[in-house]
Design a protein around this ligand. Structure first.
Ligand SMILES: Cc1cc2nc3c(=O)[nH]c(=O)nc-3n(C[C@H](O)[C@H](O)[C@H](O)COP(=O)(O)O)c2cc1C
Length: 199
């Protein structure tokens, strides 16, 4: 991945191509669970997160790639967490346990919590991680992959952080379902940008 240590000396994509890529990225769970994603491609997506803007260059992003049987363990830990928090151990909870089998790879993206960080650094670090995630999603789209940014109990559970190799104080910003598409989903429309121009 040495080519990712500095920008590529290639012509940049046009604004039209960049616009098309941004608009083509979709939150899409219509993923083939049985078609693996090459670990080198997943590594490349994670490496691209690091090109996000990052005040003070703290490099707060942390990654864990959960594949194979470990996806069931991710589900078990999330289900145990919701049960411990009072959710009944019923059919709905059972669904939590198998959710992560819907994609061949779950990429968990964390934000490191630096011990001596001020509140503003913590906020800005999380902003940087979110920017990095968008890099990942756009690159995944460009590679023909589909993706889904999930949150909820899976991003809160301490046992999930442990599975990911993250520190307890770290924040999980996204549980990304990544895989090859089985189909498209409708495009949610966006309002035109409301801009207050001042000159
Ligand atoms: C921080 C964050 C958390 C999200 N969590 C969820 C989620 O838990 N479940 C879900 O269905 N979508 C989640 N999404 C995806 C949004 O629902 C999705 O981006 C939105 O519906 C617009 O669709 P699009 O991404 O295809 O444009 C999340 C998005 C962000 C930025």
């Amino acid at each position: 991945m040495s080519e990712l240590s500095s920008p590529l000396p290639l012509p940049l994509p046009s604004l039209a191509a960049t616009t098309a890529l941004i608009q083509a990225r979709r939150t899409n769970l219509r993923i083939d669970p049985d078609r693996d994603v090459d670990p080198a491609l997943l590594t490349q997506l994670c490496a691209l997160a690091a090109w996000a803007p990052n005040h003070h260059l703290t490099e707060p992003w942390r990654f864990a790639v959960i594949t194979g049987e470990a996806r069931a363990e991710l589900g078990r830990r999330t289900a145990n967490y919701v049960i411990a928090r009072g959710m009944p151990d019923d059919e709905r909870t059972a669904k939590v346990g198998v959710k992560y089998l819907r994609a061949p790879a779950m990429v968990m993206v964390g934000c490191a919590s630096l011990a001596d960080a001020s509140e503003s650094v913590r906020v800005e670090d999380r902003d940087a991680v979110a920017s990095g995630i968008q890099n990942m999603l756009l690159a995944a789209t460009a590679a023909g992959l589909c993706s889904f940014w999930g949150t909820g109990p899976v991003t809160d559970a301490p046992e999930v952080k442990a599975l990911c190799g993250f520190a307890l104080a770290d924040i999980i910003v996204a549980a990304l379902y990544i895989g090859w598409p089985l189909g498209d989903v409708p495009v949610p429309q966006r309002q035109a940008a409301v801009i207050h121009w001042v000159s």
